[in-house]
Design a protein around this ligand. Structure first.
Ligand SMILES: [Zn+2]
Length: 93
């Protein structure tokens, strides 16, 4: 099982030649995504300016926090609309 590293290097070489083939590996928020190269597993993410940048451990951490904030905000919005619809029902009744 010592082959993967040299194989990865060979794949990386192909990517250097013809370019990475990225696909979305994770939706962090509606406009921040993580991309992984199908070929060599190189990862990219969207930075705060909307540009693509290498997914470093620091960015990965930022994304995890963003994801948590984004999801909890979405959850709260859902709760809010749920409560207001109950309130409307009460008004009718
Ligand atoms: Zn690649």
């Amino acid at each position: 099982m010592k082959k993967p590293t040299s194989q990865q290097n060979a794949l990386k070489f192909v990517c250097d030649l013809i370019g990475h083939r990225y696909e979305v590996s994770k939706n962090v928020t509606s406009h921040v995504k993580e991309y992984t190269c199908k070929c060599c597993n190189h990862q990219l993410t969207t930075d705060s300016k909307g540009n693509l940048t290498a997914l470093t451990p620091k960015y990965r951490e930022i994304n995890r926090i963003l994801e948590r904030v984004y999801n909890s905000r979405r959850m709260r919005l859902k709760e809010k609309s749920f409560t207001s619809s109950i309130y409307e029902l009460r008004n009718i009744a």
